[in-house]
Design a protein around this ligand. Structure first.
Ligand SMILES: *Cc1c(COP(=O)(O)O)cnc(C)c1O
Length: 371
């Protein structure tokens, strides 16, 4: 009895094909938990789609992608000095990102340097060489096998400022005498990419996309737990880890707990006062045993009876309302990028999410189901 991801395989594949075909140069991103699907499954899809290049987050993720993908792999995490010191970094069909001046200089001295993508500082300011530092590394830049430049861009914010920042960075690079053949960008819309192409017609744009590809159509997949146990509870019965007194109803045990990512509270940037008030209210509801769970059944959101356990959750169906039977699946709204499944079924009709949490955490905050 598992916490399961059910995928309508043909429909999901159609969506992947559509997104890929309408985004020239798209580089699928396979990282972390493989967006809930797992890296190996995503790698098989990249091979089916015929993509030349995929992007992983960190070097350790290359192996899982290689199980099903033979093409070029970009490592998006910047190459670090300690990696260079530890041993050879040039892998077969692997592109490395460089985002630090000293690393670039060191790579320029290598007899077998890796293929290089130069990460430029962006409004995200996570990594990247700033325009002011470019003139000092012009010589080193000409000595490395440079494939292109890269910029990791914000998801929200002033979009005009974001696209302008890309143009400025490209100009700064051009001023050093280096014009990259390709520019690898993240989080630009197709309109923004089209606009950039018109401004810089000589540069191939390679959008790096994860969420917008794998999770493009949430109707094509869904998570569910299975009802493992159901028992009647009288009013005031102490239940659960915290021995809180229950209302009367049916106590349901469903597969899906904190180990799967169910019931975790995600960090949430910029939620503001309203968010805090909502969180406080959710906390109050929790105290009364009424916190909404991510599980739903017959169109109704079910409520937690206890804090989620590691592999199961306890839910309470109030008296007078019919309860699901043992063995029935309960659809569960999950944030795919933090969810681990016990099993994946590729031939299933998916469970439609009632309100799927956003995977772009902090862009659209979801605190409703999580505490
Ligand atoms: C994760 C990541 C992406 C993909 O992000 P999505 O929002 O999932 O499309 C793109 N670029 C970089 C540098 C990343 O780290």
């Amino acid at each position: 009895m598992t916490f399961r991801l059910s995928i309508d395989g043909p429909a999901w594949d159609r969506t992947l094909r559509e997104v890929y075909d309408r985004s020239p140069g798209l580089v699928p991103v396979i990282k972390g938990n493989g967006y809930g699907f797992g890296a190996a499954l995503l790698a098989t899809r990249c091979t089916q789609l015929g993509v030349p290049t995929v992007a992983v987050g960190v070097p350790a993720e290359i192996a899982s992608v290689r199980t099903a993908f033979d093409g070029e792999v970009l490592v998006m995490a910047p190459l670090r000095m300690d990696e260079l010191i530890a041993g050879p970094v040039a892998g077969s069909r692997v592109l490395r990102t460089i985002a630090q001046v000293e690393v670039l200089r060191a790579v320029a001295e290598l007899s077998v340097p890796p293929w290089v993508l130069l990460e430029l500082d962006s409004p995200v300011h996570r990594h990247g060489i700033s325009p002011a530092d470019l003139p000092a590394v012009a010589t080193a830049l000409r000595r490395v096998p440079l494939v292109g430049a890269a910029m990791h861009l914000p998801i929200g914010g002033n979009r005009r400022a974001v696209t302008q920042s890309v143009l400025r960075a490209v100009s700064a690079l051009r001023a050093t005498g280096v014009l990259p053949e390709s520019l690898w960008v993240s989080h630009l819309s197709s309109d923004e990419i089209d606009w950039l192409k018109r401004q810089e017609p000589g540069i191939v744009i390679r959008p790096r996309v994860g969420t917008g590809l794998w999770l493009a159509d949430r109707r094509t997949f869904g998570a569910s737990g299975t009802v493992l146990d159901a028992r009647a509870v009288p009013e005031h019965q102490p239940i659960g880890y915290r021995q809180r007194r229950s209302a009367s109803g049916t106590l349901i045990v469903v597969s899906g707990g904190t180990a799967h990512g169910v019931g975790l509270r995600a960090g949430c940037a910029g939620g503001g006062r309203l968010h805090l008030i909502r969180a406080a209210m959710a906390g109050a509801a929790h105290g009364a045993g009424l916190a909404p769970s991510p599980f739903h059944w017959a169109g109704n959101r079910l409520r937690f009876a206890d804090v989620p356990h590691m592999q199961v959750s306890m839910l309470l169906i109030p008296a007078g309302i019919s309860a699901p039977a043992v063995g029935e699946p309960l659809a569960c709204d999950v944030r795919m990028t933090v969810t681990t499944f016990d099993g994946i079924d590729l031939s299933a009709v998916s469970h439609r999410p009632v309100q799927a949490p956003s995977d772009h955490i902090g862009v659209r905050c979801e605190s409703r189901f999580e505490w």
